[in-house]
Design a binder for this molecule. Structure first.
Ligand code: UDP
Length: 230
């Protein structure tokens, strides 16, 4: 099969005109690829977590690219025309939000939707609605729809996780066009979300890897899988 794209942690293969196969590798990266490791079993773990979240969105009538799991580490998806934006929703302050605005971590906010331009060479800069339109990345109607989709995804994930004693602090999604509709694409995993244990406020996501060199991130990822499998 033709390799369409080898990202930092996933490979995307072309299946036919309308579908792709996405494979989670065992790579983990942080700081725009500056920190990199291979964690055995990570791909399988992420594929399982991703499947649960995407099926949850589908069962809540949110259109997504997800079609079916194909192997331990891969799934089949609709081939979207991805809009090159990272759509971030925040329920609590963390990460780049705190650095950018000089605010304390772990404060409840929002939900707040932010857009970032997906461009590694530019380190994914924050982008506002007017610039998204001016650069013809998306039109006003699509921007408004993307915000609504992001907030709907937030509601579904947040409530589902809260029932499992996990706080959804923030997350990133990517959205693409498919047959005149907007759909959620890419992945929803502990690599792209901040999950905090409700009782300890400890991270169960990639922050374990971002912030420490001796903790095993997969322990947090396994805990997330355990909780969302219930
Ligand atoms: N995020 C992501 N990919 C990116 C940047 C951010 O999946 O390239 C996710 C990140 O895991 C977090 C949310 O988006 O759940 C907000 O990230 P933030 O802007 O705080 O950036 P960070 O400090 O994580 O780089």
């Amino acid at each position: 099969m033709e390799l369409l794209r080898k990202g930092k942690v996933k490979s995307v293969y072309l299946q036919d005109d309308a579908s792709v196969i996405m494979e989670f590798r065992d790579d983990i990266t942080a700081g725009n690829g500056q920190k990199h490791d291979v964690l055995r079993g990570k791909g399988k773990l992420l594929n399982s977590i991703n499947e649960i979240f995407f099926k949850l969105l589908s069962s809540n009538e949110i259109p997504t690219h997800y079609l079916q799991k194909l192997s331990e580490t891969s799934f089949q998806a609709r081939k979207l025309d991805i809009i090159p934006l990272e759509v971030v929703v925040r329920n609590y302050t963390a990460g780049s939000f705190c650095r950018r605005y000089g605010v304390e971590e772990k404060k409840k906010i929002g939900p707040v939707v932010e857009f970032f331009l997906k461009d590694d060479l530019l380190s994914d800069p924050l982008i506002c609605d007017d610039v998204i339109e001016a650069l013809s990345i998306a039109n006003a109607d699509e921007i408004s729809k993307m915000k609504n989709v992001a907030l709907e995804v937030n509601k579904v994930l947040k409530d589902f996780l809260m029932d499992r004693s996990v706080i959804l602090a923030d997350f990133k999604i990517e959205i693409g066009r498919y047959g005149g509709k907007l759909m959620v694409g890419d992945e929803i995993t502990p690599d792209t979300c901040r999950f905090w244990d409700e009782n300890t406020m400890n991270s169960l996501d990639k922050d374990i890897y971002r912030n420490s060199n001796d903790k095993d991130p997969l322990e947090g990822y396994e805990e997330i899988l355990r909780r969302i499998s219930k």
